[in-house]
Design a protein around this ligand. Structure first.
Ligand code: ADP
Ligand code: ZN
Ligand code: ZN
Length: 817
């Protein structure tokens, strides 16, 4: 009898592929093991076993597999089921899901790069002929691709030799390097508390009359202290006193001064070194028991807790209770890079039990975490990760926390699988019979709707931890301010006064400027021409720092123009304003203070975010200007003022979520104010002071926002009442795309009638020289979703069978964001 194996290939091919195997291989292979298989003329892919059987494929002759790569499976059956759900629900292939899930190291393929790692120990003589040949080739080139090795050895079965050399440390597979970032701590200096009394200060100065330099240091300290209440960096003091570190240290030894550091570590800040000694407040306790109560009867619950209500501590407490059961816990975060603060906190609490899964970790580390989870090791009992962590090999999940569940970054845009990690987590939870806890101060409409209609449980935490009041929100009408000439640049007099007061009190300021729609664009004042990207239908954006014009879609850039490209006039202005421009204005207004900027430019480099966050935490930065990145759960002690520069900027974006997102952003940014001691102040500048969203955000009225938006979504047939499936099509040939999209629209309308919108040209109609058209299908909750998707898939298949349309790229996005 012949034996076969169906495998998943890591490429977007629709069906499973069948290969032929021997009887021994048939007995050995299990679901989730990897095999290397030939594909096409000369390609090798790593494929994964889905099932073994004895039915020969009817349409083609099965090739033999090249090699079995694993002794044990890498993937559990339940995980494969979850991958299948993702592939079906989000209308992509299982191979695409596998590719997103597996660390690159597991996915050896023809293009995989092999690097020379180290010289062979001369004592080694037992290399095979193949191994020698590869080794020698690496001495010449130091980099080889697998397909080159196939050519070199003139045979297919090259993997055993590569594997053996890998074990000997002679070569390595392609990998990225991830280094841990350690903040450089600044030394601060203060007067020893014993000398704080006035008389004793004088005493100290007298004592030091014979050490003039040391005395000078002390005098400088008094001067600087009078100027600012902020912690005093030792360096600043030494500069002022023109003294040396040795002289300062002498004062420390004598007990007049103390040196200290400000660490990012919150737990020490609170004077508690043992992570678990944090006791929940009464409100947090109540929320926790309410959650436990809900979990008696439901598996999914939303924790709706205002900003700084201490949601994290509630999650931590629930996780702690679960540890003894041995069950695995998945803690999902919107973006790892932005949440290093939180990860540090969790590591303090759970130490050895926690593993972070991070796409920036190098291959070895990711493989290690993967294996630890697969084997249910204690050190991977708690997994913290961003959206792709839902694809890991869990076998025994007890709890999934989806922190900041409203965050759009839970949805993957590109490439497939275009999944929403929160929604996929709900399904994952069901498969494991695990509890799913979603948390947010500003829940997404979908989730809140599910909670309100009883599908999920709902628990609220409506006070900030420590009973600190919610910040005071004030709306500032900048139309009015402009009319009365009370604007300086982009700042109203009210905001400037508040900034000045805050800085004088030694506190910090965060200013938020929305990214979208506010990039500065160059415009000719003579003819109105604005330079466009040659590859995309967008205006180029002016970047002052690099003195360049850049395209945000394709990266095209050119030097700043001296004169207009159309009329040669030298009179050019920059319209709109970005964070960079604000930073410039602030530096001019507050030359004595440190202004920093957090946006996609400044965070691009290695540890970009961490450096900016550290500078703020350590008091190096006085004013931080930033984009949406500021809205992601950051927790600072000393920020007492938050300014929103232009609150209505998001409202006009053509997206049915624009209002909801505006509310969430304003609320989340304002939530950074006054988190720990006194009440914070939030100033919201807007041209539309009476807009309901601005009003609702300023009044912290989530309910009003929710009800009004829900009504609108109903009227205009949007989620949560309707489901959306978006179809985007693109091609370099404009005419062909037009025709193709009309064809597709008509075919879909035959099935879904009036519930098809489009084809439409999206706001940016051309990117990287490809034109775009989109179609939107709205499905009512009563419609059978599975059936609808099947029909869409059928339409797509017939579309692609029309010869001239075969080259049109069609992307289906289920639940688009
Ligand atoms: P949220 O996630 O709801 O915005 P956090 O969990 O970040 O709020 O908590 C806000 C602040 O309050 C943090 O600085 C946190 O350390 C502190 N905090 C919360 N709960 C407690 C507690 N039980 N004991 C001590 N500090 C707490
Ligand atoms: Zn011009
Ligand atoms: Zn471009």
């Amino acid at each position: 009898m012949a034996h076969f194996v169906d495998v998943i290939l890591p490429i977007p091919v629709a069906q499973a592929f069948t290969y032929s195997i021997s009887e021994a291989e048939y007995d050995f292979l299990k679901l989730g093991m990897r095999v290397a298989v030939p594909f096409g003329k000369s390609k090798i892919y790593t494929a994964m076993v889905r099932r073994t059987h004895t039915q020969a494929p009817t349409l083609y002759e099965a090739k033999e597999i090249e090699q079995i790569l694993d002794e044990e499976p890498l993937v559990h059956e339940v995980q494969m089921k979850h991958w299948e759900w993702i592939a079906n629900y989000y209308m992509c292939t299982l191979g695409e899901v596998m590719r997103a899930a597996l660390p690159g190291a597991f996915l050896l393929e023809s293009e995989t790069i092999i690097r020379k790692q180290q010289e062979l120990d001369p004592a080694v003589t037992d290399l095979s002929e193949d191994e020698w040949q590869i080794y020698e080739a690496l001495q010449q080139q130091s980099i080889l691709r697998i397909h080159e090795i196939i050519d070199l050895l003139d045979k297919r079965k090259v993997l055993p030799a590569i594997k053996s050399l890998l074990h000997r440390g002679v070569l390595s597979m392609e990998e990225e390097i991830y280094e841990q970032y350690k903040p450089k701590l600044i030394q601060y200096v203060r007067l020893a508390p014993a000398y704080e009394a006035e008389a004793l200060m004088h005493q100290a100065l007298d004592d030091l009359s014979r050490a003039p330099k040391q005395r000078q240091i002390l005098l400088s300290l008094f001067t600087l202290r009078a100027q600012s209440k902020k912690p005093l960096p030792a360096k600043k003091l030494l500069n002022h006193a023109e003294a040396t570190t040795t002289q300062l240290n002498q004062l420390v030894e004598k007990g007049y001064l103390e040196l200290f550091e400000i660490q990012r570590d919150r737990i020490q800040f609170d004077g508690q070194s043992d992570g678990f000694s944090k006791t929940l407040s009464t409100a947090q306790e109540a929320a926790k028991s309410a959650l436990n109560e809900v979990f008696q009867s439901k598996d999914i619950c939303l924790l709706h807790g205002v900003t700084a209500s201490g949601k994290t501590e509630v999650y931590v407490s629930l996780i702690k209770d679960l540890l003894q059961t041995g069950k695995q816990i998945l803690y999902l975060l919107p973006e790892i890079a932005l949440t290093t603060q939180l990860i540090k906190r969790l590591q303090q609490y759970f130490g050895e039990r926690i593993s972070v899964y991070h796409s920036k970790y190098n291959v070895q580390e990711r493989v290690e975490v993967w294996n630890n989870i697969y084997q249910q090791k204690a050190k991977a009992q708690i997994i913290v990760g961003a959206r792709s962590a839902i694809l890991l090999p869990f076998s025994n999940l007890g709890l999934i926390v989806v922190d900041e569940e409203h965050e759009p970054s839970y949805k993957q845009f590109d490439p497939a699988p275009r999944y929403h990690a929160r929604d996929a987590a709900v399904v994952l939870g069901q498969m494991h019979q695990a509890q799913v806890l979603m948390g947010s101060a500003t829940p997404s409409l979908e989730t809140y709707y599910n909670a309100k209609t009883g599908k999920y449980g709902l628990v609220s935490l409506s006070r900030r931890f420590g009973d600190i009041q919610m910040p005071e929100n004030q709306i500032i009408d900048i139309k009015e301010k402009h009319r009365k000439k009370r604007m300086t640049g982009h700042f109203s007099d009210t905001l400037l006064r508040a900034i000045t007061d805050t800085l004088e009190a030694g506190e910090q300021v965060i200013l938020f400027q929305n990214r979208r729609g506010f990039s500065p664009i160059l415009e000719c004042t003579t003819c109105g021409h604005a330079p466009q990207c040659p590859n995309c239908d967008v205006s180029l954006t002016y970047h002052k720092y690099r003195d360049q014009l850049r395209c945000h879609y394709c990266g095209y850039h050119m030097a700043m123009l001296e004169q207009c490209m159309a009329c040669s006039s030298p009179h050019l202005t920059t319209k709109g304003f970005g964070t960079e421009q604000l930073e410039g204005e602030l530096k001019a207004l507050y030359p004595e203070h440190q202004v920093a900027r957090m946006d996609s430019d400044t965070t691009r480099g290695k540890f970009g975010y961490e450096k900016i966050i550290d500078a703020l935490e350590q008091g190096k930065t006085d004013i931080l200007v930033g984009t949406q990145m500021l809205a992601k759960g950051l927790d600072f002690r000393n920020v007492s003022l938050v300014g929103v520069l232009h609150a209505d900027s998001l409202l006009n974006i053509p997206d049915f979520r624009a209002h909801e997102r505006s509310f969430q952003l304003i609320q989340q940014v304002s939530g950074r104010a006054g988190r720990t001691q006194k009440r914070g102040l939030v100033l919201i500048q807007t041209y539309n002071p009476h807009h309901q969203i601005i009003q609702q955000a300023a009044m912290d009225d989530y309910q009003a926002m929710y009800e009004e938006q829900l009504e609108e979504r109903y009227t205009y047939k949007y989620p949560p009442h309707y489901r959306l499936i978006k179809i985007s099509m693109r091609h370099r040939d404009y005419q062909k795309l037009q025709e193709a999209s009309v064809w597709m629209g008509q075919a879909l309308k035959q099935v879904f009638g009036e519930f098809v919108l489009g084809p439409e040209t999206p706001p940016v109609a051309r990117i990287r020289n490809e034109y775009y058209r989109t179609l939107l299908i709205k499905l009512s909750r009563r419609q059978n979703l599975k059936e609808a998707k099947k029909r869409i898939a059928r339409v797509k298949t017939s579309f692609l069978s029309v010869a001239p349309y075969r080259s049109v790229k069609v992307v289906i996005d289920v639940d688009p964001y």
